[in-house]
Ligand binder design. Sequence first.
Ligand code: FPP
Length: 255
Amino acid sequence: MILSRARLRGKAAPVPAPAVPQGTELPRHVAIIMDGNGRWAARRKLPRLAGHKAGADAVRRVARAARDMGLECLTLYAFSSENWKRPEQEIADLTALLKHFIANDLDEFHANNVRLRVIGDYHAFEPSAVEMVERALAKTAANDGSTMVIALNYGSQNELARATQALARRVASGELRPEEITTDAIAAELDTADLPPLDLLIRTSGEQRLSNFLLWQVAYAELYFTEKLWPDFDAEALAEACKVFAGRQRRYGGL
Ligand code: FPP
């Protein structure tokens, strides 16, 4: 079994990580489009909320597994900028689940040296949620074991538009020359600027599209689609995706 980074630092890592064969290359940064909560509930003739609750359980499970496995960064697409189109009640339910997660699970991740980050403009949520997110970000800011990123009110096209505006402002003020707008300069303006490069993007539930998620960052990431619905995704499933990743040949356009 691979020794998790948490263990190497001597911090508690209570749950043994599922087997990823020793010597296989772990992705540094894994992002997940958590899809299929509604279908999971429909198959059981349950309300959609039951699917989202089971989805939140999966978040807890998979975040623990990622930490114990020694992944440097896990990014979860929890709420897209398009999800505001959903019924008000569903938005309220998802916000409540986020708040519940922060209230009940953050301490465990903090104790394990996990830093929480958010991408997207979370200020659009109700004030009590914004306050909880901000407290969680501040509390875990100095942790350096691993990073858990939650995408909240996130949309990649909007992120790129905001980055472009920031660069345009710097050009207009004379601080930057147009030819200094390099790929690195753009990446530095994105919400993900301080995160490791994205290695692996997973989407659950059999859908095969990116849904406005990390469009820039995905440039050289490996894509992994699974039929599993998000509430059924677990440590084993994450380990399997990492195993598939380890078997991929990444050439970055070279030979
Ligand atoms: C997609 O399933 C899932 C979402 C839009 C929300 C993801 C939220 C959670 C997993 C729970 C709360 C999150 C945290 C961070 C605690 P869907 O509803 O689109 O499923 P469907 O396509 O089957 O209808």
